[in-house]
Write a protein that binds this ligand. Structure first.
Ligand code: PDD
Length: 288
């Protein structure tokens, strides 16, 4: 069951007009929110980032946080699985094709939820492969825009190379993955690229840095050069759907000793523990 513009319906019945600006221009923003034990994880943070993305494209938020919370609860309740991931999508609505913003047009709001499967155990034992590519996206990667063609093309490079993710390098520095944030480890220090207009401010990225700080793990947020990525002892990938994953090969060469590293193992355990504690502390349907 999905939500589209005020109605709940089976996804097969959901239709949007061809003149929707999301279809014509990719003119919209989205969020992906993990749901554990039927409770959205870090919902306030996701809604805050949604507001930031809407501000970035000058589109009014159609709902306040309580309304979003209520809608998301209903979508989760109508779908299978204790663990799900919500995809929500807002476009500038349906109007005659013209680049300039239409006047007095209602936005299109679409929400769906799918089962969230944990990363395969094999992935946590052996890690995943990644490749590198030049980050050729626009200069507003901090906005979670639905126009994802560059990300789609970059991610496909990984698939073509039998790898899981494409790690992006812009002007000699690490930005992020095609659909994830990237950390490295060198000499037992966790390193994260600083937030800027060139990367998505990941919700999982924030969680990992909070966990590292609480655990008194040595960590630094600073620009990371391509050379540092290539010489890293560990590379970690984070996203709402993949949580934390070890990258154990880069451009077909082993990362460190080619196995998931010590800091990955520690952060993965901390993340699982944090998730469990947080979910126990929340009553059904609410989230923080
Ligand atoms: N993608 N960077 C990019 C370009 C992303 O697309 C994503 C997530 C992230 C990680 O952000 P977060 O931790 O908030 O999920 C970073 C989602 C999962 C997607 O598009 O499906």
């Amino acid at each position: 069951m999905i939500y589209l513009n005020g109605k709940f319906m089976p996804i097969e019945e959901a239709c949007i007009p061809v003149l929707d600006r999301g279809f014509i221009f990719g003119d919209g923003v989205y969020e992906v929110i993990p749901v554990y034990s039927r409770k959205p994880f870090r919902l306030d943070e996701h809604l805050k980032r949604l507001q930031y993305s809407l501000d970035g494209i000058r589109l009014k938020n159609p709902f306040d946080n309580d309304e979003w919370r209520h809608l998301l609860e209903q979508v989760v309740a109508q779908n299978d699985g204790e663990d799900q991931y919500i995809y929500l999508h807002i476009t500038r609505g349906v109007a005659k094709r013209d680049h300039a913003f239409p006047v007095n047009v209602a936005p299109t709001v679409f929400i769906m939820s799918n089962p969230l499967l944990p990363p395969p155990a094999e992935m946590l034992i052996s890690g995943a492969a990644a490749i590198t590519a030049v980050d050729n996206r626009w200069a507003r990667c901090d906005v979670k825009a639905i126009s994802l063609l560059p990300n789609v093309l970059l991610r496909q490079l990984a698939v073509d190379a039998q790898a899981t993710e494409t790690i992006l390098i812009r002007d000699g520095f690490l930005t992020e993955g095609a659909a994830s944030n990237i950390f490295i480890v060198k000499n037992n220090i966790l390193l994260a690229p600083p937030k800027s207009n060139l990367m998505l401010p990941g919700i999982t990225y924030d969680v990992v840095l909070e966990l590292a700080a609480a655990d008194q793990m040595a960590h630094e947020v600073r620009p990371i050069s391509e050379t540092e990525v290539r010489l890293a002892d560990e590379i970690l990938l984070t996203s709402s759907t993949k949580e934390i994953m070890p990258i154990t090969s880069l451009d077909k060469k082993p990362v460190g000793d080619g196995k998931p590293g010590k800091l990955f193992t520690r952060l993965h355990a901390l993340y699982q523990n944090y998730k469990a504690t947080r979910m126990r502390g929340l009553t059904s349907g609410t989230a923080g």
